[in-house]
Design a protein around this ligand. Structure first.
Ligand code: SAH
Length: 409
């Protein structure tokens, strides 16, 4: 049997775990992770991706999850509550639930959407994104590797994509290599061979589904980009940490006079220029002056001339990759946004975003509001937002995205 056809847990007794009371309470409350230190007993060694049964302290059924012997995050919970049989029909229903949750989210002019958002959709460590007629499956845990064929068949049969692309999170490349898989592998259909062009709110964007960050595009900012469009008329816009110009195209269509994309990556800026090129049939985009600046935004923002923009978007990559970096990240957000505020003219708008999961919403909003207060200017809060509806977040660790819109008089 090839490794991809192998479903672990075959003829042996079920893998059973007893867990500590604190973990039991967390699982009952819907938390999807059980760490190694929470396991107080276990009937045998388990294999990667094997389904384990979790018992409470009175030896009653508590949950089912996917086991990972090599990670401190030992079990990813699939189901908690009454006992259930996990078979093909169970997986099918689980996919239907995720799809039903997204009904009506994508308008007719949007063909890129997150269909499955990991733990929060009951698929721990797995993300499924639709990019036009391509599906991108991103794995953040090796627990899916042994049953990859089964679930990819399910996705293929239900969604009929032209192709399914596999993307791998950090640390699982070696595990995937044992199955003959690597980041960018084509699992079904013919691969796109390069970036694909997708539509978001009627705008065209290229998405590098084979190699790009995340799964090729930052789908999570869709709603915030739409809001920027509604606030950009006549503005000179700076899009700091622009990536491929997502916010910029919306601003341009919303009537911005000029848009400057600022990113450290020339590759990202080249994509932003191509994305403008893809949308020149829109008169507002064609009329907007598009500039790119390749620079370290932390340095550039601190040095730029004051009062030179009407709208500044600041959407840096995660500044706290682990808990120990949290305090430093909060300080960095405060400084970065203080610099951005300095660049705003009277009546200017700051759009401050954070994708650091280790920095909470109140910590981030607190840092931006502090920078606003310190500017001594009159500030009006326009909007505060979090996750797009196709990126549900069912537990604290999954809530990473927050965005604050502030108007400065
Ligand atoms: N707002 C974007 C996503 C931003 S992702 C969107 O809506 O699509 C973060 C971007 O920050 C990446 O493109 C990365 O290249 C860029 N980046 C990382 N460090 C940077 C730095 N020090 N200065 C400028 N850009 C940086």
């Amino acid at each position: 049997m090839s490794p991809t056809q192998h479903t672990p847990g075959g003829a042996r007794p079920r893998l059973k775990l007893g867990i500590r009371p604190a973990a039991e309470a967390a699982v009952r409350a819907g938390h999807p992770w059980i760490y190694d230190e929470s396991i107080r007993r276990q009937n045998r060694e388990g294999e990667t991706g094997e389904i384990a049964v979790v018992y409470d302290r009175r030896d009653r059924f508590l949950a089912l999850g996917l086991y990972d012997p090599d990670s401190p995050l030992r079990l990813r919970v699939l189901h908690a509550g009454a006992p259930q049989r996990i078979d093909a029909d169970w997986w099918r229903r689980r996919l239907e639930d995720a799809l039903a949750r997204r009904e009506g989210i994508a308008d007719a002019a949007t063909d890129c959407l997150r269909l499955v958002n990991g733990e929060s959709d009951g698929w721990p460590g797995l993300v499924l994104d639709r990019y036009g007629d391509a599906l991108v499956l991103k794995l953040y845990s090796p627990v899916w590797l042994p049953r990859l064929d089964e679930i990819v068949d399910l996705f293929q049969n239900r969604l009929s994509p032209a192709c399914v692309v596999l993307r791998l999170g950090r640390n699982i490349a070696d595990r995937a290599a044992a199955y003959g898989l690597s980041d960018g592998s084509i699992l079904r259909g013919a691969g796109p061979g390069g970036p694909v062009v997708v539509h978001e709110s009627g705008l065209r964007f290229e998405a590098d589904v084979l190699r790009g960050q995340k799964t090729g595009f930052f789908l999570d900012q869709r709603e915030n980009r739409r809001r920027v469009e509604s606030l950009a008329r006549g503005a000179e816009v700076l899009n700091a940490f622009s990536f491929s110009g997502g916010f910029s195209l919306y601003a341009a269509r919303g009537g911005a006079k000029t848009v400057t994309d600022l990113d450290i990556s020339e590759h990202a800026l080249a994509a932003a220029r191509r994305n403008f090129g893809l949308n020149l049939d829109c008169p507002a985009v064609a009329a907007c002056v598009h500039r790119t600046e390749q620079a370290d935004a932390f340095v550039w923002l601190a040095r730029a001339a004051p009062a030179s923009f009407d709208l500044v978007v600041v959407d840096p990559p995660s500044l706290a990759k682990r808990e120990a970096e949290r305090a430093g990240a909060i300080r960095a957000y405060r400084r970065l946004n203080a610099d951005a505020i300095r660049l705003l003219r009277r009546g200017g708008l700051l759009v401050a975003a954070s994708c650091s999961a280790h920095v909470s919403e109140s910590e981030f909003f607190g840092a931006v509001r502090e920078a606003a207060r310190a500017s001594g200017r009159r500030v009006e809060e326009v909007a505060a937002s979090g996750h797009a509806p196709d990126h549900p977040a069912s537990f604290a660790e999954a809530r990473y995205l927050k965005c604050l819109f502030l108007r400065f008089r």
